[in-house]
Ligand binder design. Structure first.
Ligand SMILES: O=C(O)CCC(=O)C(=O)O
Ligand SMILES: [Fe+2]
Length: 322
């Protein structure tokens, strides 16, 4: 098993660099991004918008009686977690991220930081993580680089805490400056290609005590991992993915045709295309596993919602939106 650091090493982990003072200086922002592979901004997201999003999470926790809707700490009540929607499926269906990014001050902040209109990739995770049931596993949930599983979409990950996430609660740790490649994932271990233990030097790890209003933006190839929750509270966060609208955006819509050598897609924005599929095309389900080329038409079909990324005439990625 991947076990990048001893379980008790979090206290010695260095803090993330804070980039608030670089806002509105595009060159300085770009230099920090190039050096670190992330920007961490303190208290930049409208507190009202964050609170409204958090309220949606809390209503699900309250319904399952695992926390009280009005509890700012989101303390776990101890109620049985059988039947608790660990992937927050009710939110996946309801898509509260759309309302969130549509709030004027949130939209304005992303325009400011991107220097362009935001183009949102609908790959969103709502995380309401209860206290860990065991401390026998590594504190690191799953070390990965999003880029390995999302080839050809140069998005930036936006990791958004919705409650105080201190060292006990865990949250997220990343490896600073390791986004420049090569991928750390082991290409010889299909279908998930895990990162081998020891790939990230211990002194590269960074974390922070996250607060509502903070925003961590990561390069698509920055190695990172969620951290097991060792507190008595829920860990509440959302991660969403953004690109500048003028960038090389993927087509997001529905498949119109799919064989093991070709994919056609019609986008919600009216764009469409037909692209070559080859052994390097990463076709995946929501779990990230790569589908062998010959099996692709058995896994997805015309009519399915999909994101298709491409380079020239070749599809680099075919995946469901979530
Ligand atoms: O929040 C987590 O536990 C993991 C987050 C993550 O992998 C991401 O934001 O891409
Ligand atoms: Fe990730």
């Amino acid at each position: 098993m991947t076990h990048p650091m001893p379980i008790d090493a979090l206290p010695s982990m260095r803090e993330l660099n804070v980039s608030n003072h670089l806002l509105d200086d595009r060159e300085a922002l770009a230099a920090a991004w190039e050096r670190d592979g992330y920007w961490f901004f303190r208290d930049v997201l409208d507190q009202g918008a964050v609170a409204r999003l958090r309220k949606v999470y809390m209503s699900v926790l309250d319904e399952h009686r695992v926390a009280r809707a009005d509890d700012p700490e989101a303390d776990y009540t101890g109620e049985d977690l059988t039947g608790f929607p660990f992937r927050m499926e009710p939110l996946v269906a309801r898509e509260p991220w759309r309302e969130f990014v549509g709030e004027a001050p949130i939209h304005a902040f992303f325009q400011r930081v991107l220097g362009d209109d935001p183009f949102w990739i609908p790959t969103v995770e709502y995380r309401a993580t209860p206290p860990a049931q065991t401390r026998e596993r590594s504190r690191f949930d799953y070390l990965h680089q999003d880029g390995f599983y999302n080839k050809g979409i140069p998005f930036q990950i936006c990791w958004i805490p919705l409650s105080t996430i201190d060292e006990q609660v865990g949250g997220l740790a990343l490896a600073e400056g390791l986004h420049k490649g090569p991928y750390l994932h082991d290409v010889n271990q299909p279908p998930l290609f895990p990162i081998p233990a020891g790939s990230v030097p211990d002194d590269a790890w960074r974390r922070a005590t996250y607060q509502p209003g903070d925003l961590l933006m990561m390069h698509i190839n920055t190695p990172h991992s969620g951290l097991a929750n060792y507190s008595g509270r829920f860990r509440l966060s959302m991660d969403i993915r953004v690109m500048p609208a003028s960038g090389h955006t993927p087509i997001i819509g529905h498949l119109t045709d799919l064989t093991s050598t070709s994919v056609s897609v019609l986008g919600e924005d009216g764009r469409s295309g037909t692209f070559r599929v080859d052994t390097d095309t990463y076709c995946r389900g929501i779990d990230g596993r790569k589908v062998p080329q010959a099996e692709i038409p058995m896994r997805m079909q015309a009519g399915d919602p999909a994101i298709v990324a491409f380079e020239g005439g070749r599809a680099t990625l075919i995946r469901p939106p979530h």
